[in-house]
Design a protein around this ligand. Structure first.
Ligand SMILES: [Fe+2]
Ligand SMILES: [Fe+2]
Length: 191
């Protein structure tokens, strides 16, 4: 398999049927793709890595299997080792080095895109008008989107070397164009 966005989407949708997991994949893809453009990197490759990062989660929902048991499947499909390594590196429990810009970006976008998605879902205008300040406030409310690991949100921005508010604004901007696919309303819906 060539590590293209379209092949990665095919692999993801072969192994994943849950709408929320597919939306998570799309949100991380959009965020990582935003940063690929921002850094002048290979957007198609970065998007492929993002789409694949949780491709095995539906069949391997626990940390004793995800993502490590997915890696042999990716190798079997013929994905190159740098994709496999990047996918493995997003998992905190594997404690692998995040020694490329893509690995840092994937980690920084994984929990953050989930959190911003959750913020958008409770707003009548979705992501439109969502300010970093209100995202930060919600990050401090443990009961809101309780499944999102706050420590990973903060560590991700730090590893990327981007100010938290800037990172929030970037991910909001990245997700806005796919609001419809993410099930989010927009200011146009509220008008
Ligand atoms: Fe994961
Ligand atoms: Fe993820």
């Amino acid at each position: 398999m060539e590590p293209t966005r379209d092949n990665a989407w095919e692999t993801l949708t072969t192994y994943t049927k849950s709408e929320s997991l597919l939306r998570h994949g799309l949100a991380v893809e959009a965020s990582v793709g935003w940063y690929a453009r921002h850094f002048g990197e290979d957007e198609d490759f970065w998007r492929a890595a993002a789409l694949l990062h949780d491709f095995d989660y539906e069949m391997h929902p626990t940390i004793d299997q995800h993502p490590q048991d997915g890696a042999p499947i990716l190798r079997e499909l013929g994905y190159p080792e740098d994709i496999v390594e990047t996918v493995l590196s997003h998992a905190e429990h594997l404690a692998l080095p995040r020694d490329t810009q893509l690995k840092k970006t994937l980690f920084a976008c994984d929990e953050m895109s989930g959190f911003i998605h959750a913020c958008g879902l409770v707003r009548p205008t979705g992501l439109d008008g969502l300010e970093p300040k209100s995202v930060r406030k919600k990050l401090k409310q443990p009961s809101f989107a309780a499944g999102v690991h706050r420590d990973e949100v903060y560590a991700g921005a730090e590893a990327l070397g981007i100010d938290l508010d800037r990172h929030i604004a970037n991910v909001v901007e990245a997700l806005q164009p796919i609001s419809g696919e993410l099930g989010l309303r927009t200011a146009a819906d509220a008008a």
